[in-house]
Design a protein around this ligand. Structure first.
Ligand SMILES: *Cc1c(COP(=O)(O)O)cnc(C)c1O
Length: 447
């Protein structure tokens, strides 16, 4: 049953766009996202400020849609990359479903009117309460990660008098050649079910009355910039599909997870449509071309649709290092301190200033609070800079460390600006704290 929805044309990219950022470009000296100058946004909304391009998100989805043209397929946005409601609306309206990893994420999908049937639920630690929530909402599939989880899900579904649709997440044991913290497809990782146990666990699942086995899934890691691990993983998944079906358990779909990388620093990941042309050729050659194909891309749909605008607070020359201190920090942009990740940093308005090599750091009281090392920048206090590739795993991993409020977020659509999240105030942060009652006098504290 090939999908008949028309493939929307990819939005035209901005001429002279920054590498990897199809809708971020300088016009003369000023940096724009779509048709809006970042300096205007910084003045209106303050900094740090996350700015997302709707056209860039649609452009990224369109590559997957082209890849799956004429197929029964479902793109489930891996929403932990960026779960802001305004971002989810863009993907829901583009026909996407969602890959969720918590009950809270399901609430977000429902809050934007997303279709629960297009939701898949991943994660190694689903609680019975989360399972009940998802079963009541009628989600499309539970991506089960252990045998123990199967038993709990079966019990919860039977208590509710419903049948849970399940897929087993298999661990293909391939090296995604990415950072160890974001590699998930090796036997040493906590994710998925080991190759040798897969058939037995499928048979167990098929024997449970309250479960309906519908698919198989895998997700081998994140920021993958090479086709090889994907092609190897697909071979191993297809071996398992054959083995499971030979045992009389029919599978309706293959969910191949997310993980496709983006360009942070001259990386050249495959385009989604090119990658899928190769993967679909493999699927067809092995006789599974009529199965529904599902994917769960996160980073590759939003990462390069976003930038974070920050103000230069101080420049601080030093004997060994010069520091450029900006008002965004590791609580806003945790990837450098967490994975030594690289984000390009560029001026929001190019000035004729002396270029100095800086370590770009935030105000947080940690030496690990750096955003970029050894960056040549011509900036002075009061200037704005843009931290690029900030659409994925930045705001979603942000924290209140140092009692810093989370940044505001805006979504750009052509020349229209939508504020999609207000800047968090200190009142927002104090709301859940409770003072210990004042002690009346010493001696009667126990009464
Ligand atoms: C995080 C995650 C994704 C999305 O990964 P990206 O690298 O952002 O594409 C998809 N599926 C699962 C199960 C995940 O944990």
């Amino acid at each position: 049953m090939p999908s008949s929805s028309p493939i929307p044309a990819s939005p035209l990219t901005t001429p002279a766009a920054l590498p990897g950022h199809p809708f971020v470009a300088y016009r003369e000296a000023a940096l724009y996202v779509e048709d809006v100058a970042l300096s205007d946004l910084a003045s209106t909304y303050g900094t740090p400020l996350f700015v997302y391009s709707k056209a860039a998100m649609l452009h990224a989805v369109a590559a997957y849609q082209r890849g799956f043209a004429g197929r029964d397929s479902q793109i489930c946005y891996g929403m932990k990359a960026n779960p802001s409601l305004g971002v989810l609306q863009v993907f829901a309206n583009a026909g996407c479903g969602f890959d969720i990893v918590s009950s809270g994420e399901l609430e977000r999908v429902l809050a934007v009117g997303g279709d629960a049937k297009k939701v898949v639920f991943s994660g190694v630690g689903k609680t019975p309460a989360e399972m009940r929530h998802a079963l009541r909402a009628g989600i499309g599939c539970f991506n089960v990660e252990s045998e123990a989880e199967l038993d709990v899900l079966s019990r919860v579904a039977s208590e509710l008098g419903v049948t849970a649709p399940v897929s087993i997440r298999v661990n293909p044991n391939v090296d995604a050649k990415t950072h160890p913290y974001i590699s998930t497809g090796l036997t040493a990782n906590k994710f998925g079910i080991a190759h040798k146990d897969v058939l037995r666990i499928y048979q167990h699942a098929a024997s449970l009355k309250s479960l309906q086995v519908i698919g198989i899934d895998c997700h081998i890691g994140s920021q993958i910039t090479d086709c090889t691990p994907y092609l190897d993983a697909m071979d191993r998944v297809l071996d398992l599909v054959d083995a499971v079906e030979a045992a009389g358990i029919a599978l309706q779909h293959i969910d191949f997870g997310g993980g496709l990388g983006i360009s942070y620093q001259g990386d050249t990941p495959p385009q989604a449509d090119d990658l899928w042309q190769q993967l679909l050729a493999k699927i067809d050659a092995r006789g599974h071309g009529r199965k529904k194909i599902m994917v769960e891309p996160g980073r590759s749909l939003v990462g390069n649709a976003g930038v974070c605008v920050a103000e230069v607070l101080y420049t601080k020359p030093g004997e060994e290092k010069n520091f450029c201190i900006i008002d965004a920090a590791m609580n806003d942009l945790p990837r450098p301190s967490l994975y030594q990740a690289f984000h390009a940093i560029v001026p929001v308005v190019t000035h004729d200033r002396t270029t100095v090599v800086y370590d770009v750091v935030g105000p947080v009281c940690e030496s690990g609070d750096w955003i970029g090392r050894d960056r040549a920048l011509g900036v002075a206090a009061g200037d704005f800079v843009a931290v690029l590739s900030a659409g994925a795993y930045c705001m979603s991993m942000s924290s209140n460390y140092n009692t810093r409020g989370r940044a505001a977020e805006v979504l750009i659509d052509g020349s229209t600006v939508h504020l999609i999240r207000s800047r968090e105030t200190v009142q927002d942060q104090l709301r859940l704290d409770r003072l210990v009652p004042a002690q009346v006098s010493q001696g009667n504290a126990m009464n």
